[in-house]
Design a protein around this ligand. Structure first.
Ligand code: ATP
Ligand code: MG
Length: 216
């Protein structure tokens, strides 16, 4: 059992894309997974509702939780599911801070072309604070929407830049996700890229990321 947080203070980086795809891979693997949406926009819950409406199997349970009671609720929910994935975002979000305090690992999607040193530093500090009471917390950056054009070299350049800056509590995961239409199209139907099936490269890279997160 694990509580995995997909979070970050910056908007639109791919948190919900990651959370929903990882939840689907777990469910396809036979795990009883809970998608916990602490984002008031409710995008993960919406994805789950679309999936439910379309009667896609396996079903994926999703709940929305906000506010002070969150840490206790997460710990209680974690006893009832094989796996919990939290989709938490937003600047200065109380939910993101609480979730960092109770999760086993946090993954922060970042887009190379939007690499924002201030937000990453902020996340590094939030993780540092959370480690004060969640000492085993691990936190990683996942590069998302990387250009598929190898000449752009976004992946390598972002890693070099990141290393120069030197963050104490964050590292960049080796597997990355590229900019692919499959992520948008599959989500519209309440599906993961694996279930949408039309883009093998998207499925493969998401599976590699999954392996790193759950079996790495
Ligand atoms: N690798 C990708 N390739 C193409 N489109 C992507 C990719 N990742 C995410 N997107 C698209 O970018 C948009 C934002 O992604 P998503 O909703 O996952 O971000 P988020 O961090 O959850 O945003 P918010 O902060 O609003 O909750 C969505 O339309 C999504 O389909
Ligand atoms: Mg979201």
């Amino acid at each position: 059992m694990s509580i995995v947080l997909i979070g970050g203070e910056k908007g639109g980086t791919g948190k919900t894309t990651l959370a929903t795809n990882l939840a689907a891979i777990l469910a396809l693997d036979g795990k009883d997974v809970l998608l916990l949406d602490t984002d008031r926009q409710g995008t993960s819950s919406f994805w789950s509702a679309v999936r439910e409406e379309a009667e896609v199997e396996p079903r994926i349970a999703s709940v929305q939780k906000f506010g002070k009671g969150l840490p206790g609720q997460v710990q209680d929910l974690a006893t009832r599911y094989d796996e919990v994935i939290i989709d938490a975002g937003g600047r200065d979000s109380m939910e993101l801070r609480y979730a960092l305090g109770v999760c086993d690992a946090a993954y922060i999607p970042v887009q190379p072309f939007q690499f924002d040193i201030w937000t990453i530093r902020q996340m590094d500090e939030l993780v540092s604070m959370a480690k004060g009471f969640n000492s085993d917390l691990r936190a990683h950056i996942v590069l998302n929407r990387v250009s598929t054009n190898p000449a752009v070299r976004e992946d390598q350049e972002t890693r070099e830049f990141f290393n120069q800056e030197g963050f104490e509590n964050l590292s960049i995961l080796k597997p990355i996700l590229h900019e692919r239409i499959a992520y948008r199209k599959s989500a519209r139907d309440g599906l993961s890229v694996a279930e949408w099936k039309a883009d093998k490269k998207a499925t493969r890279e998401m599976n590699e990321l999954f392996e790193e997160i759950y079996r790495g």
